[in-house]
Design a protein around this ligand. Structure first.
Ligand code: PMP
Length: 401
């Protein structure tokens, strides 16, 4: 075993089980291990590295800003935050933006904002607001968020949960949403494609129907695009596939340009307006460095047409993966460059498969035991994808004809 892995196993906490590889360098869609072996990254740190490793424009924004001014807190204004907020609103079509650091913090911000909105605007009795979430959701790991996870491993040993007030509906079923709404419902929180659940794509028209129902019943539609946002599914936002305009939106991961954590909660004017000075905040949220990197990331996404690239290359990769003949594969699905390959667990576990793939030079990640996820940086070349599909085919052959 590598001495680095041994050291981590000796001193690190036991909440992760990383694949047996020690990364030491990245460039574009490629990664190198500490012995100089090269790999194609087909995970992109769960979409956090959507623009590739060391994108020159994002890296320059980072180094220039880090040298000039990095962390200021929100006790003062900085000269990089306002243009970042303006760009975020322009790109997403939302009215106001509240920058945070991690995805889970963005979700927590959305929950607090939705509840206060229900008390202030809908006159819901204090402490009784409900938020409707989906079965199979993944919105982060704080104790509030895991309290409404339907995944036993994320949730079961971490109660009692500080809050009640979450209700579950099946993902993809708008009729169930309509039936679940009560006068106390503040918001419906949903992922456009469920990433951590194993790349689950809802039926076409689902989000549009949810938007209609939420509008009609005066319930906020809050979309968690932490994983799907910023080009990943072939549009700048996954909600753009159906022309949906939510009341709240959460971004994260790729917003930090693969260099640092940057997230944001965005909302329509009157919703964000319920927050008064002192209601909410975070020391690092909206720091000058994160704002500069976030702005550079949004500019790269738009200037390089990476959402369109994700659509074209995603269709291409999906078709190629569907064409791979293997008795081990039971389903191939996805949107843009967010693709899941489901494997027959009687033949091979997803974990074993991604370990095999690692030996062939392709980095991927298992999800829920049966799904291998393929989500390369959006700057990947078509020829790289051809190469990766050949490697995937080679790896699959080890488990069936
Ligand atoms: N929402 C979604 C949809 C996610 O996929 C994730 C992370 N996988 C999060 C929220 C949480 O983000 P973070 O890990 O940055 O807290």
């Amino acid at each position: 075993m590598s001495d680095k892995i041994a050291l981590e196993r000796r001193y690190g906490a036991t909440n992760y089980a990383p694949l047996p590889i020690v990364l030491s360098r990245g460039e574009g869609p490629w990664l190198w291990d500490d012995e100089g072996r090269k790999y194609l990254d087909m995970l992109s740190a769960y979409s956090a590295v959507s623009f590739g490793y060391g994108h020159p424009k994002i890296l320059k924004a980072f180094t220039d800003q880090a040298a000039r001014l990095a962390v200021t807190s929100r006790a003062f204004h900085s000269d990089t935050l306002p243009p970042f907020l303006a760009k975020l609103c322009e790109v997403t079509g939302m009215d106001r933006a509240l920058p945070m650091t991690t995805g889970a913090e963005g979700v927590e911000t959305a929950i607090k904002c939705a509840r206060k909105w229900a008390y202030v605007s809908k006159k819901v009795p204090r402490d009784t607001a409900e938020i409707i979430v989906c079965d199979g959701n993944f919105h982060g790991r704080t104790s509030t968020i895991v309290g409404f996870s339907s995944e036993p491993q994320y949730r079961d040993d971490f109660g009692p949960y500080a809050t009640q007030g979450f209700k579950h509906v099946p993902f993809g079923d708008a009729t169930a949403l309509a039936a679940a709404i009560t006068p106390n419902t503040a918001a419906f929180l949903v992922e456009p494609v469920q990433g951590e659940a194993g790349i689950v794509v809802p039926p076409e028209g689902y989000l549009k129907e949810c938007e209609r129902i939420c509008r009609e019943r005066n319930v906020l539609l809050i979309v968690d695009e932490v994983q799907t946002g910023l080009g990943r599914t072939g549009k700048v936002l996954a909600i753009h596939h159906e022309g949906v305009k939510p009341d709240g939106l959460i971004l994260g991961k790729a917003l930090g340009g693969g260099l640092m954590p940057v997230s944001a909660f965005l909302a329509r004017e009157d919703v964000m307006g319920v927050f008064k000075p002192g209601d909410h905040g975070s020391t690092f949220g909206g720091n000058a460095l994160g704002a500069a990197v976030g702005l550079a990331s949004l500019n790269v996404l738009l200037d390089e047409n990476l959402a369109e690239r994700s659509a074209t290359l995603g269709d291409y990769l999906l078709k190629k993966l569907k064409a791979v003949q293997s008795p081990v594969v039971t389903d191939v699905r996805g949107k843009g460059l967010l693709i899941g390959v489901e494997l027959d667990p009687r033949k091979v576990s997803a974990r074993r498969f991604v370990e095999t793939l690692l030996k062939h030079g392709v980095l991927s990640k298992d999800t829920h035991g049966t799904v291998a996820r393929f989500a390369p940086p959006l700057i990947v070349e078509r020829a790289d994808l051809d190469w990766a599909v050949d490697r995937i085919r080679d790896a699959l052959r080890e488990y069936g004809p």
